[in-house]
Unconditional design. Structure first.
Length: 256
């Protein structure tokens, strides 16, 4: 690979970070798409259980002990697969490639830190939103690099949160801008795809609401499988850039 994608050689502009994210996504997609598919399927374990139990689909809220176990397994599976996907993306853009067994083993070792981190982040953001909304929004961005810090920098839950906040010093607004652009891109693809499916179904079967709904659901799941590697690539690009900026700031003005 002619261009170094992770970590970058110099601090990047917003457009350069987004370009790096697209390049990481394109370079790693063939090898990370299976992870994307499994992440989506793992996230649907609760709905699969509800269907099997004769319950309607809805929010993944445990109703009893078995559903609580299914929810917990789903959460652990999603976190494990996400961590393994990020590890694979980093390895690929660095010219390496580990076996899936190695990636999943390393990912599983991050679960004891990722689960309490997820709880702490959820509580912190929820409290911030309840108080004045804006503190919650600030924390959503300020803590967004905590999970990558656990997976890529071997931080503990508290250290990862502190590290993420330190990375965001002077970079909060630009990070928010990157995430907003990413969200817009993903949303546009979802909307266009659903519209195209609806139009195609109208031509094939006429106004069949059930068919449109089923086709849209399948498409959303398929797009989710592609979105996961893209979001992972964005997180990796942002994390690499912020780490470089943080190191340069610590070294002094002359190094920035």
């Amino acid at each position: 690979m002619s261009k170094r994608l992770y970590s970058p050689l110099r601090p990047q502009s917003i457009s350069e970070v987004l370009d790096t994210a697209f390049q990481i996504f394109a370079a790693s997609l063939p090898k990370t798409l299976p992870y994307g598919i499994w992440i989506i399927l793992a996230g649907q374990l609760g709905n699969i259980y509800n269907l099997a139990a004769g319950r309607p689909l809805g929010p993944l809220v445990p109703h009893d002990a078995p559903s609580g176990i299914v929810y917990g397994v789903s959460l652990i599976a999603v976190f494990t697969l996400w961590a393994a996907m990020i590890l694979r993306q980093r390895a690929m853009v660095q010219g390496e490639l580990n076996s899936m067994r190695v990636e999943l083993s390393r990912a599983l070792r991050t679960i004891p830190a990722l689960l309490p981190l997820a709880i702490l982040m959820t509580v912190a953001v929820a409290v911030g939103i309840v108080l004045l909304v804006l503190p919650g929004v600030y924390l959503m961005v300020a803590l967004s690099m905590a999970m990558p810090a656990v997976v890529l920098a071997s931080k503990g839950p508290i250290d990862a949160m502190i590290f993420s906040v330190h990375l965001m010093r002077g970079c909060w607004w630009r990070t928010l801008a990157i995430f907003l652009v990413t969200a817009v891109i993903v949303s546009v693809f979802y909307i266009l795809a659903i519209v195209l499916v609806a139009i195609a179904v109208q031509f094939v079967r006429g106004a069949d609401v059930a068919l449109v709904t089923a086709a849209s659901t399948v498409l959303i799941i398929a797009l989710g499988a592609f979105s996961a590697p893209f979001l992972g690539a964005t997180v990796l690009a942002v994390f690499g850039d912020l780490q470089l900026r943080h190191a340069a700031a610590a070294a002094g003005p002359a190094e920035i």
